[in-house]
Design a protein around this ligand. Sequence first.
Ligand code: SAH
Ligand code: SF4
Length: 386
Amino acid sequence: MTAVRTNLLDLNPVQLVEYCMGLDEKPFRARQLQRWIHQLGISDFSQMTNLAKSLRAKLADCALVAAPPVVAAQRSKDGTRKWLLDVGGGDVIETVFIPEESRGTLCVSTQAGCMINCLICATGKQGFSRNLTTAEIIGQLWMAEFALRQDIQSTDAAAAEDRPQRQISNVVLMGMGEPLLNFDACVGALRLMLDDYGYGLSRRRVTVSTSGVVPMIDRLAEECPVALAVSLHAPTDELRSQLVPLNRRYPLEQLMAACRRYSRHAPREMVMFEYCMMDGVNDSDAHAGQLVDLLRKGAFPVPCKVNLIPFNPFAGSALRRSKAEQVRSFQKILQDAGILTTVRKTRGDDIDAACGLLSGDVQGRTDLKRRLSEITVCYQDDSGLN
Ligand code: SAH
Ligand code: SF4
């Protein structure tokens, strides 16, 4: 019997070097291993042909490469893909791929459930189960990247020849959970995303989205300053504390100061604010004016861009999406004040893959079987992958 094997997806680039050295191997072996795993999608050590046979045998004995198993996959009419992954103990998490003309974005979960419990969010309503490990976070990218590649190869060999190797050009930690409350595991996964021998993504193409965990925003700036999105949703403390309970702990003045500090480290030196628009709640012209004041206030306005997200309704929520004309009016007020403002297109509506609808079952909350029976396309049927 061997001891518990180390999941190599759990190791960031530095830890993998340490691991190889612990096996009396040279540090460059870590780079070779990383390439096999993260660039070629190989999990079987016997196929890693540039490693000595003795090392392959050693690894087979004490290590493994294991992402959370896919229990179901769905494909939206607009090409959006959603996978449900089983992370054990009755918890299921979700990963979403959004293909666009010029990029392919993967939305990754960081916790099973979420403890912040924002009024607007289906994930929050599920409660919190646990933090995901680095392997479970990077495992989502690993699984999706190679499933998508194989998908293209098996459905359209000619297209596969034409297309660039990588299907996923951008990653956003915007799935289930609050990434900054699972800091170390997220940073481990981010380092693999950025590493040249991992996914080689630039800092601009990797985004952490937070509801505003102020001290951790500063730590992210120090340790791994990728792009930052802050879920704002309201221009005043009074309203924000109702929508995002974390605001009571870290009110807007502290949050804005942290964003200002972060912007000096951020790619393109700015922070993105997400503002989910709900009819009659936070979407009036007066709210837009207050938002302008907040973002432009004082001698040091926050260098930023605002992304307006039409609210995605979900069962059990009385909130409604803002009317399109009100979203436009809100956008105009911000733009007239010189604040770059976009409106997010809603994607994957038909498979509940849109923002805030990710509610993969958390232990004890919903019945996995029922949920799976709602999934129409099974992974194996979908693309011949298994
Ligand atoms: N916990 C992090 C990241 C995950 S939530 C955060 O809150 O930023 C990802 C984004 O989806 C956030 O901006 C969140 O506010 C938004 N969101 C949540 N529920 C939504 C809903 N029902 N409609 C639209 N956007 C929603
Ligand atoms: Fe958690 Fe983000 Fe949902 Fe709020 S919006 S409950 S922080 S996942």
